[in-house]
Design a protein around this ligand. Structure first.
Ligand code: GLC
Length: 468
């Protein structure tokens, strides 16, 4: 537990009394642990969420002027150096009449997900909501004339799913003054004052997404803080604190704001982020935004093992879909989410609200935990008919979540506990064995994680550098 000094606490309480909690300082004060725990509680319980990258980029879907554009789909404007006016033409074609908010929310819910985060505005500057701050939005600039965020908010409310909004606060390739990775390529349209952009586009739009959707958003997901400084970031931070003081924000605002969550992208950090909340965001194929020709799908097995691996390291999994310009989640994503949902129905107890593993290493799989319970995720079902757990455990009961009424025999052998298993794995990907225990496990200290292979990475100047 982080100690909050009396002075800091005093400052906090003073700020709270004035109604300026966490907005008082440029870089926020330490928040009392109890308050933070209360604010993060639903998110820590949820563990599994749906990321949705949806925007005008779904119209070109990876192809510009007849040529495939490399890289992730939502970056097509930047990667293809598409002029602002030319890209805006796609908006006129964007008419996702097959969009059905209820269907999307049910897909997430049936997968066992508890929250979703959708791009309210990505780097292309196009708002996926009815914005008064800029006419470049789905309500005003497309034939669709609907507000998908409002429809999703209603559907999430109905189904008990939390809704969060992604907002690209710094990169905006449409509005003058917005930042662009690699610099502006359509200078007449893009050059301008970033402060003016922040004041006239980003701040007003963030106000809109925070104020117009009832209790949502529950999460504000910033991204790529190119050109952000403390002054710019503080303006956005203040708006969020004023309008949604309990919101959860990620660590990508910039300007020195740490945010609530670390956001490793497309990978699972080996030991998580001890002491910090974190969420791995990941694509199911190779792109966030829809690309018609990306068929590089991860198997359901990989997705389930990723979820267990992430939970075993104390994190959340935010798994992405990139809907089409018609408003449909691609079929391969739906199939996989359905299959993950089947696994979650049986094994969800080993994911929701769990804490990280108590073991540094398990040769056959992963572990998640909660007070009095260990969930042993068996990836490789032992041929010898028993599971070797490298700890002395005072076992009350052991059973597979897939066969909870069939108790398994556990015997202690020194600093190991052997659990007798049925012949076949109930699940080829991850069979979860729940062990109810008294007291704390006494670990076998000789079972440690194997040393990570030494990787070499190329430094910018071409010299090789050893990675620790
Ligand atoms: C990156 C990309 C972006 C994507 C995001 C998801 O920062 O710029 O396109 O939205 O990652 O984490």
């Amino acid at each position: 537990m982080k100690m909050v000094s009396a002075v800091m606490l005093g400052a906090w309480l003073g700020a709270a009394a004035l109604g300026t909690v966490r907005a008082a300082a440029a870089v926020p004060l330490e928040e009392p642990k109890e308050q933070r725990d209360a604010r993060m509680a639903w998110w820590r319980e949820a563990k599994f969420g749906l990321f949705i990258h949806w925007g005008v980029y779904a119209v070109p879907a990876g192809t510009y002027d007849g040529k495939p554009i490399g890289g992730i789909g939502e970056w097509i404007m930047n990667r293809g150096k598409i002029p602002v006016a030319r890209y805006a033409e796609y908006a006129k074609e964007f008419n996702p009449v097959k969009f059905n908010a209820g269907a999307w929310v049910r897909i997430a819910k049936d997968a066992g997900m508890k929250y979703m985060v959708i791009t309210s505005k990505h780097h292309d500057g196009f708002a996926m909501f009815h914005s008064k701050a800029s006419p470049y939005n789905i309500y005003a600039a497309t034939p669709f004339k609907r507000d998908p965020l409002a429809e999703l908010a209603a559907a999430c409310r109905k189904e008990g799913i939390k809704l969060g909004f992604y907002y690209s606060q710094a990169q905006d390739w449409h509005h003058p003054g917005g930042a662009a990775m690699g610099g502006h390529w359509d200078k007449t349209a893009q050059d301008g004052s970033m402060d003016k952009y922040i004041d006239e586009v980003a701040v007003p739009q963030v106000k809109e997404i925070l104020a117009n959707y009832g209790e949502f958003p529950a999460v504000l997901w910033w991204d790529t803080p190119i050109g952000m400084n403390t002054e710019r970031a503080t303006k956005l931070y203040k708006v969020a604190q004023e309008l949604k003081p309990n919101i959860i924000m990620n660590n990508r605002l910039g300007g020195g704001f740490k945010g609530d969550t670390e956001t490793p992208e497309q990978h699972i950090p080996a030991t998580g982020y001890p002491g910090r909340d974190w969420e791995t965001c990941m694509t199911m194929n190779g792109t966030w935004g829809f690309k018609s020709y990306d068929h590089n799908w991860k198997s359901t097995g990989i997705l389930i093992r990723n979820l267990a691996d992430i939970a075993s390291k104390g994190g959340n999994y935010l798994l992405n879909v990139g809907p089409t310009a018609e408003g449909l989640i691609p079929e391969p994503s739906i199939e996989r989410l359905k299959e993950v949902g089947v696994w979650m129905k049986v094994n969800g107890e080993a994911i929701y609200g769990t804490s990280a593993s108590v073991f540094p290493y398990l040769a056959w799989g992963r572990c998640t935990s909660r007070p009095g319970k260990l969930y042993l995720h068996i990836f490789d079902w032992p041929a010898e008919g028993q599971l070797d757990v490298p700890a002395k455990l005072a076992v009350k009961q052991a059973y597979l979540l897939a066969a909870a009424d069939q108790p398994l025999v556990a015997t202690v052998d020194g600093l190991h506990t052997k659990i007798k298993l049925p012949a076949g794995a109930p699940d080829k990907v991850d069979s979860v064995l729940c062990v109810e225990i008294n007291g704390a496990p006494e670990l076998d200290p000789s079972v440690a994680a194997p040393a990570a292979p030494k990787k070499t990475v190329a430094k910018q100047d071409g010299k090789k550098e050893k990675k620790k």
